[in-house]
Design a protein around this ligand. Structure first.
Ligand SMILES: Nc1ncnc2c1ncn2[C@@H]1O[C@H](COP(=O)(O)OP(=O)(O)OP(=O)(O)O)[C@@H](O)[C@H]1O
Ligand SMILES: [Mg+2]
Length: 214
């Protein structure tokens, strides 16, 4: 469970998030909309422990994470979250396969569920790309690789920043179906999207505007 209390986030004079209090329960499916620059990426970076609030409280499963040491926060982040970044954040010099297996290397088990991985590759239609370097891929291909990487370890929480933005409808539906199935298994899903049709899967839909989450 993620619980924020009166959280603010500023960059210098710019106050991006104002007094946000929200609880996200395990197994929730959350969507966050809002116009460009509203603070969506800032908000989910904080939720995913990639950045700290300027003020306020963040409790992850009851633990105060704001005052933890960096290394402990990194460990929690790796154990708890799978990310799909807005700019994919893949490692260009590595192959598709190597990129997808990064969370496995950093995970506790260090072992991949081969059957699950194979079904992901098929469903995301990236099996034929496994041995290609990421810098040779199209935007939509990169996005699908980024999604495979985010879900390969079945993290407790998946945070995805516009994960369907560069996908055609077939791939988009495949991705949404993967998220739905993981959510059925109890995985918490947090999606930033500009596509209102994605809110139909959500248990709660939020909007960020003027620094407030409503
Ligand atoms: N590291 C940073 N330093 C300074 N300002 C930042 C930083 N990160 C974000 N901002 C500013 O915070 C505001 C919110 O940015 P953010 O990326 O969260 O918006 P967004 O809602 O994700 O937008 P988009 O839909 O375009 O991705 C913007 O005005 C941006 O310029
Ligand atoms: Mg953004």
């Amino acid at each position: 469970m993620i619980k924020l209390e009166n959280v603010t986030k500023s960059f210098g004079d710019l106050i991006v998030l104002k007094d946000i209090s929200v609880t996200i329960n395990g197994g929730d499916y959350i969507t966050i909309m809002g116009k460009s620059g509203a603070g969506k990426t800032t908000f989910i970076s904080m939720l995913g422990l990639m950045d700290r609030p300027t003020s306020g409280k963040y409790l992850l499963d009851g633990q105060d994470v704001v005052n933890k040491l960096d290394e402990e926060v990194s460990r929690l982040r790796n154990e708890e979250f799978g990310f799909v970044f807005q700019g994919y954040n893949l490692i260009n010099d590595l192959t598709v396969e190597e990129n997808i297996l990064i969370p496995v290397m950093y995970g506790r088990k260090k072992q991949v569920d081969v059957e699950y991985l194979d079904s992901l590759l098929n469903r995301l239609d990236i099996k034929h790309l496994l041995h290609k370097k990421v810098n040779k891929l199209s935007g939509g291909e990169k996005q699908r690789v980024a999604i495979a990487r985010a879900v390969v370890n079945k993290p407790a929480t998946i945070i995805a920043d516009e994960p369907t933005g560069s996908l055609d409808t077939t791939n988009r539906d495949a991705v949404l179906q993967i998220f739905r199935e993981l959510n059925k298994e109890g995985v918490t899903i947090i999606l930033v999207t500009h596509d209102i049709s994605l809110t139909k899967d959500a248990t709660r839909s939020y909007r960020l505007a003027m620094g407030h989450l409503i």
